[in-house]
Design a protein around this ligand. Structure first.
Ligand SMILES: Cc1cc2nc3c(=O)[nH]c(=O)nc-3n(C[C@H](O)[C@H](O)[C@H](O)COP(=O)(O)OP(=O)(O)OC[C@H]3O[C@@H](n4cnc5c(N)ncnc54)[C@H](O)[C@@H]3O)c2cc1C
Length: 458
């Protein structure tokens, strides 16, 4: 088989599918090549034994207008589901006890999560001078502006929940650019957040509600709708040994499916896989340059799904609980999925997702299944006050490359990507190695990549 196509997209995760979606809207012919046998990448929903659960991401935050736009464009094929109001209640473990993360001033004063000294110190936050080191770590930034107890019992668990990461290593300029810009542009987190509320928003910005979302019936419904809407005929699955080489006026992309060789010539190639896949896919790119990208570290995660047909533990009235590193427990956190979204567990039952591993506890993620089961049983029985541990569903899913860590070398990575795209016109390097790690970021990048494809100068 040999043919030509305007744009070839490598990978059919949310990034590749969103790119395909926007190319379709622009009328640009494309083909998507995927090594697995289904679209969606790490997004996968399973319905089994009365439970509907996720194997990859469980929830997203509406942090870009593009993620809303996708659901709007796919009306009739899938539906956005925002989480139950309870999602606003989040719990943090302190001294072995769940404490609600405060959201208002009074709750903030009363909370045992932070020290009195830091609570008083916070009053001075708007007046503290802004940082000058663009590579300051998140932990240094938070200690400087807010104090150690805010780092330990707010930012550390937040970073565990989002990055499975470590604030000592992540650099806000790259990992949390919105937070970094609050300080840089407004001189303060608190002052900046207040001022931003009064700024006039565009129609697109109004869609960014920061609510917790899924797709009704599970996130697979979103990726399957994108796949169907983009045209199933525009996809090839089970593509192994995929390689790209430059050719006159574009690229030759070759791969094998069931031992059969396939080739397509494309004017433009959009890569949306992880950075670790780059050397095999682009053998013509100088190793030294690629290393500046492949240096990116990923957190290893073990995700454990627990389903109970009759729940006998503590009341699950919230988003879930996160566990600060200082607490030295063997799990990172637990999400109350059946509270957040409809029809995830039988009535009276519960669906929980537990995360283990992460950048600080990689050893745990390497443990065999029976050890993982032992840890989950011990931790969940205690933390959820279960009289007995007899789940009706127990599922372990492992990710060696779950979440990329935007550390100090990220600037160099972004620059190298830009250089390579200049050096090889028509080559576009996307995916979660740049532009953010969440699902909303991926949808936003999909639109950006499609814009890059449309740009005749590239
Ligand atoms: C365990 C876990 C929990 C998460 N939790 C959240 C969360 O709570 N909220 C949130 O917003 N985000 C979360 N995320 C992140 C979010 O899921 C990702 O940002 C997003 O789904 C990534 O989409 P992607 O398309 O960039 O990458 P992927 O989903 O990894 O897709 C990349 C695709 O490219 C394919 N591919 C790679 N190399 C090749 C090759 N050589 N040839 C052909 N195909 C190739 C892969 O098979 C894959 O299908 C989580 C991720 C994980 C793993």
């Amino acid at each position: 088989m040999q043919s030509t196509i305007h744009t070839l997209i490598i990978g059919s995760g949310l990034t590749g599918l969103s790119t395909a979606h926007y190319l379709k809207k622009a009328g640009i012919p494309f083909h998507v090549v995927e090594k697995e046998s289904r679209p969606g990448g790490v997004i996968q929903t399973v319905t089994e034994n009365g439970f509907t659960y996720e194997l990859g991401p469980n929830t997203g935050v509406i942090g870009s207008s593009e993620i809303v736009e996708l659901f709007e464009d796919l009306q009739g094929l899938c539906e956005l589901e925002t989480a139950n109001e309870n999602a606003q209640k989040r719990y943090i473990l302190k001294n072995g006890k769940w404490e609600q993360l405060p959201s208002g001033v009074m709750a903030g004063i009363k909370t045992p999560l932070f020290t009195w000294k830091d609570k008083f110190r916070l009053l001075g936050e708007p007046f503290r001078s802004k940082g000058k080191d663009p590579h300051e770590t998140l932990s240094a930034l938070v200690k400087r502006r807010m104090g150690q107890s805010f780092l330990d019992y707010a930012i550390d668990p937040f970073i565990i929940g989002v990055y499975a990461g470590d604030p000592e290593i992540l650099v806000p300029k790259y990992a949390l650019p919105k937070l970094y810009n609050l300080e840089q542009n407004y001189g303060s987190f608190i002052g900046g957040a207040v001022k931003k509320q009064f700024e006039k928003k565009t129609e697109a910005e109004k869609k960014i509600t920061r609510k917790v979302f899924s797709a009704r019936g599970g996130l697979s419904n979103l990726v399957n709708a994108l796949y169907e809407n983009a045209g199933k005929e525009n996809f090839s699955f089970r593509a192994v040994n995929l390689q790209v080489v430059p050719e006159e006026g574009g690229y030759k992309v070759s791969w094998q499916t069931h031992g059969e060789k396939r080739e397509i010539n494309a004017r433009k190639v959009v890569f949306t896989g992880g950075s670790f896949a780059l050397p095999d896919v682009f053998p013509f790119i100088e190793r030294e340059k690629l290393e500046k990208i492949t240096r990116l570290r990923y957190a290893k995660i073990v995700e454990v799904t627990l389903g109970f047909k009759a729940w006998k533990g503590i009341e699950l009235n919230g988003f879930g609980g996160l566990i600060p590193s200082r607490e030295k427990r063997d799990i990172l956190g637990v999400l109350y999925m059946s509270t957040l979204f409809e029809n995830r567990a039988p009535k009276g039952g519960a669906l929980l997702t537990i995360f283990m591993g992460g950048i600080r506890n990689e050893n745990l993620a390497n443990q065999p299944d029976d050890k993982i089961k032992e840890v989950v049983e011990r931790e969940i029985t205690d933390l959820m006050q279960l009289p007995e541990f007899q789940p009706d569903l127990f599922k372990i899913t492992r990710y060696d490359y779950a979440i990329p860590q935007y550390e100090v070398n990220s600037g160099e990575r972004f620059e190298t990507i830009a250089e390579l795209e200049k050096e090889y016109p028509g080559l576009i390097l996307g995916g979660n190695m740049r532009d953010g790690i969440g699902m909303a970021d991926r949808a936003k990048q999909g639109k950006m990549l499609a814009e890059q494809v449309k740009n005749p100068g590239l």
